[in-house]
Design a protein around this ligand. Structure first.
Ligand SMILES: O=C(O)CCC(=O)C(=O)O
Ligand SMILES: [Fe+2]
Length: 342
């Protein structure tokens, strides 16, 4: 165990009833495995952000060590004491619900097949998937739908605060890897880092039909910071098990993503995750994908390559990587596999 701080399952997020149900296969050939939809309620590691950013050097260095172990053993964790006010979190979730509740014609103008558009809306209700979503680019320029009127202000505040948490986590990652604090920021040119959000609206569901919110996938970018209005639904792969992320609504779930795996030559791994709709109430999530600059060519850093650890990934700009996976169309295929050299 990396860490004694772990969250145990909350009771208000029931596991699915049907033991025999399995993940349906997509017609176009998602890996030909029948995935059981049941997750397990094992503990999820917890990172206390206030310790990671503490002025006390001893406290901080212990927190960084713990962070490093958690990244290696899990690749995901819940962040507590992050200091984002509840009013900002709740205000964001409420504004998102108001966006999803708009009449369809107000959202349809963002429906697009052009994956480079900065605002995109759609429904993922094919292949047994139940979800409505919109994606917005949030950094270096912040984009936002014009309705509802109060959406922009709250989303921008939320986005800036969450980005700050993400940058501080990346500083902790750099230190935990034995590098200077600003190593990842500089190598990935994060001042011009390309970040985007996906807002997901999953209907309530508690039966075997249409229970898939998202198929198993990895995400592009360095790390994903996700908040949700209700606990449960997200499952994270850990040592061959699917762990239910049953966490408090003001905790941030963090997943390591593909570009951290590439940069560290596989030392830190991108987490496989999926969404199974096991909530009796509607679930809204709002993950931030914090990424390198679009022009940054990401390849394993020299610090992680030697005779025993040859470079395992082909270098590619973040822009090309995003285009190769159509700016995060989740279809169960990871771009990571396509650029692996060994
Ligand atoms: O909604 C969730 O819990 C996960 C969302 C996700 O994995 C994604 O949008 O890539
Ligand atoms: Fe994801």
């Amino acid at each position: 165990m990396a860490n004694t701080n772990t969250a145990s399952a909350l009771t208000h997020s029931p596991v699915l009833k049907s033991e025999t149900c399995s993940f349906p296969q997509k017609e176009d050939g998602l890996d030909s495995i029948n995935y059981s939809i049941l997750g397990v309620n094992d503990a999820i590691p917890i990172i206390d952000y206030s310790l990671l950013t503490s002025d006390d050097p001893v406290q901080r260095s212990q927190a960084i060590q713990n962070l490093g172990k958690t990244c290696i053993e899990y690749g995901f964790f819940a962040v507590i004491n992050h200091a984002i006010p509840d009013s900002v979190i709740n205000g964001t979730m409420e504004a998102l619900l108001r966006f999803f509740d708009l009449p369809e014609e107000k959202k349809l103008k963002y429906e697009t097949s052009n994956s480079t558009d900065k605002i995109r809306w759609g429904r993922g209700d094919v292949h047994h998937v139940s979800r409505e979503f919109f994606k917005i680019a949030s950094h270096p320029q912040f984009h936002c739908p014009i309705h509802p009127d109060d959406l922009r202000e709250i989303l921008q505040e939320y986005s800036e605060r969450l980005r700050e948490v993400g940058i501080n986590l990346l500083r902790g990652f750099s230190k935990s890897l034995g590098l200077e604090e600003s190593y990842i920021e500089k190598a990935m040119d994060l001042e011009s880092g390309y970040d985007f959000f996906t807002a997901n609206d999953y209907p309530p569901r508690f039966s075997a039909a249409n229970i898939i919110g998202q198929f198993p996938h990895n995400d592009p970018g360095l790390l994903i910071l996700l908040m949700q209005n209700v606990s449960g639904g997200l499952q994270l792969e850990h040592k061959g098990k699917w762990l239910n992320a049953n966490l408090n609504s003001n905790w941030i779930i963090v997943n390591l993503a593909d570009h951290l795996e590439i940069l560290t030559n596989g030392k830190y791994k991108s987490t496989i995750h999926r969404v199974v709709l096991n909530n009796e109430v509607r679930r809204v999530t709002f993950p931030l994908f914090l990424g390198p600059s679009l022009e940054a060519v990401v390849s394993p850093a020299p610090e992680f390559v030697d005779d025993n650890h040859p470079s395992a990934y082909r270098g590619m700009t973040y822009k090309d990587y995003l285009e190769a996976n159509q700016h995060h169309v989740i279809d169960g295929k990871s771009c990571l596999k396509q650029i692996r050299l060994i």
